[in-house]
Each structure stands twice: as C-alpha cells, then as structure tokens.
Design a protein around this ligand. Structure first.
Ligand SMILES: *[C@@H]1O[C@H](CO)[C@@H](O)[C@H](O)[C@H]1NC(C)=O
Ligand SMILES: *[C@@H]1O[C@H](CO)[C@@H](O)[C@H](O)[C@H]1NC(C)=O
Ligand SMILES: *[C@@H]1O[C@H](CO)[C@@H](O)[C@H](O)[C@H]1NC(C)=O
Ligand SMILES: *[C@@H]1O[C@H](CO)[C@@H](O)[C@H](O)[C@H]1NC(C)=O
Ligand SMILES: CC(=O)N[C@H]1CO[C@H](CO)[C@@H](O)[C@@H]1O
Length: 256
C-alpha cells in the first residue's frame, strides 16, 4: 500500500498521467458502436481507434480489464465477447475484423443485446468484475426504459454522443446519469481531449469501492466487504454461495 501511494505521488509530481494505478483492476468494458449510415465508415473507424487506445492504455487480462465490442445498426453487427481473448494483440485483431455496415439505428435492440448477451457470464463477463458499457451514437431512436435494466444489473453506462443529431434527453436516460453523457462535437475531439475525459472517469470508477455502489454487487442479503480499488468480497447468508451469493444451495432440490 505504501509503495503504491509513493508511485502515485511520484507520477503526480512528474506530471505523468497516473493511468497505471487504475489499470490493474478487474473491469469488463463493453463497447456498442453505432454503425448507421450517417456515421460513415471513416468516423466509425475513428471510434474503433478509440477502443484500440483503451486496449493499449489499460492492463488486459483475466484478473484486470477485459474488452467486448459490437457494432450495431438496426441489428447487431460484427463484434466479439469478453471471452474472445486475454491479450492486447488478439483483441486488436478482433477489432480490425469489425466491418462497417450502415443502416439505421435501434437503441432498444442494442441495449437488450448488452443486457442479455454481452454482460452474461456464459459470454465471458466475470461475476467479480466492475462492468462498464460504452454506448457510442450520432443519432436517436425510440427507447422504453433507457438503460434502466442495465443499471439494475450494476452496469455503469457511459454514453458518447456525436454531433447535433442526438437527443440529449434520450442519452441521459441511457447513461447511468447525466454526468456519464460525453458530448463530442467532432470525431477528432473524441480521440483527443474527449478520450482523456472518459479515461479519467473510467479510472475513478475502477478505483471506487463497489460496495458503495447502488446496487452493491452481493445478492440475497450478502454483506459486501471492499478489498481495495473496485475489488470486493461477499459474505453470504447461510444457504447461498458463489462470488456474489447469487446461487442458492437448495435451489436444485425440488420439493414434491
Ligand atoms: C484466462 O482464463 C481463460 C479461461 O479461464 C484461460 O483459458 C486462459 O488460459 C487464462 N489466461 C491467462 C493468461 O491466465
Ligand atoms: C452520477 O453518478 C455518480 C456515481 O454514482 C455520482 O458520483 C455522481 O454524483 C452522479 N452525478 C449526478 C449528476 O447525479
Ligand atoms: C472539435 O470540437 C472541439 C470541442 O467541441 C472544438 O474545440 C474544436 O474546435 C472542434 N474542431 C473542429 C475541427 O471542428
Ligand atoms: C433479505 O432481507 C430482507 C429484509 O430483512 C428480507 O425480507 C428478505 O427475505 C431477505 N432475503 C433473503 C434471500 O434472505
Ligand atoms: C459466444 C457465445 O457464448 N454466445 C452466446 C451469448 O449469449 C447468447 C444468449 O444467451 C447465446 O445465445 C450465445 O450463444
């Protein structure tokens, strides 16, 4: 602990961004990137560059950051799940295989995909990790509950909105709250200062004790104990087990 604080202090003094202190935390960072016609292939590829910069800047691995990325239009396009890979080169290679498709956009469909597929454990999301969704769009589309169901799952939802075609009220509903909406007036800003703003917020989130979040991660009245950064342990009530006390020990016994 003392050594780490010293490192942070030295980095701050030298003016180097202290990014390394947050990159060793377990976080599943998922991207949903609008590939509708108005975005265009060039800007879409700039958004993929944003993802590659995140991959470059964070420690990637089973006990640190994992990445999933899907393009969406009125359907889900190309992409890969968190269980795709554990090293930077393989993730970048998967990002490079995502091809722009065009079309219109359907936010409700895309958010349902994040909830039902991307952040599911069977697709590689880890039950001990912080969960972050990055939702990129330049447009608007009817939504019902916004990001509500994702927020209930404990996913922190960042929205990155481009240009004047977005509906700010809609973006506010999708995001965890208004301060998680990052507006970009152009694509070069999003890979410059805009990128730095988002990276700083990710670092704040991965260094925040998950037990202080609402909802906290322990289910079935388990007690959440922070163990440093975003790491935590759940002390389960009798009858429950697994990392988040999500599994009932008696649930497989059927009473006849
Ligand atoms: C990460 O976890 C996967 C699945 O459990 C395993 O196959 C892989 O070898 C692990 N990689 C490292 C670097 O530990
Ligand atoms: C947004 O949520 C974060 C994390 O829960 C909280 O710290 C912040 O105060 C909230 N901001 C607003 C404007 O509600
Ligand atoms: C891009 O957006 C930023 C922030 O809104 C602005 O300061 C900058 O002048 C814009 N650049 C161009 C080329 O429009
Ligand atoms: C959790 O606690 C609440 C309030 O004490 C209680 O109503 C509920 O039944 C408990 N749930 C479990 C799964 O123990
Ligand atoms: C690759 C993979 O495991 N995909 C699964 C993700 O989750 C959905 C919904 O449960 C499954 O249908 C996929 O097969």
């Amino acid at each position: 602990m003392y050594a780490r604080m010293t490192i942070v202090y030295v980095l701050l003094l030298s003016g180097i961004q202290a990014i390394e202190v947050c990159s060793d935390q377990p976080a599943d960072i998922g991207f949903l990137i609008d590939e509708s016609g108005s975005v265009g292939a060039t800007n879409f590829n700039i958004n993929l560059d944003f993802v590659k910069t995140i991959v470059n800047d964070f420690e990637i691995g089973n006990s640190s950051v994992k990445i999933s990325t899907f393009a969406f239009h009125q359907f889900i396009g190309d992409g890969f799940y968190f269980n795709c890979c554990n090293d930077k080169a393989s993730i970048v290679s998967n990002i490079n295989s995502i091809i722009f498709k065009g079309g219109t956009e359907d936010f409700a469909m895309a958010l349902a995909f994040a909830r039902n597929n991307m952040f599911q454990t069977k697709n590689g999301s880890r039950d001990f990790s912080l969960k972050i969704l990055m939702f990129f769009t330049d447009g608007n589309s009817p939504i019902q509950d916004g990001g509500g169901l994702l927020h209930n799952l404990g996913v922190i939802v960042y929205v990155v909105g481009f240009g004047n075609g977005v509906d700010r009220n809609q973006l506010n509903k999708i995001a965890t709250n208004e301060s998680y909406v990052f507006m970009m007036s152009n694509y070069s800003y999003s890979v410059g200062q805009g990128y730095n703003d988002i990276k700083s917020q990710i670092c704040i989130d991965v260094l925040t004790n998950q037990c202080d979040r609402n909802p906290q991660p322990c289910r079935n009245n388990g007690t959440c104990v922070g163990t440093g950064g975003s790491k935590y342990t759940c002390l389960c009530q009798i009858g429950y087990t697994d990392h988040n006390c999500q599994t009932g020990l008696l649930s497989s016994i059927s009473i006849k």
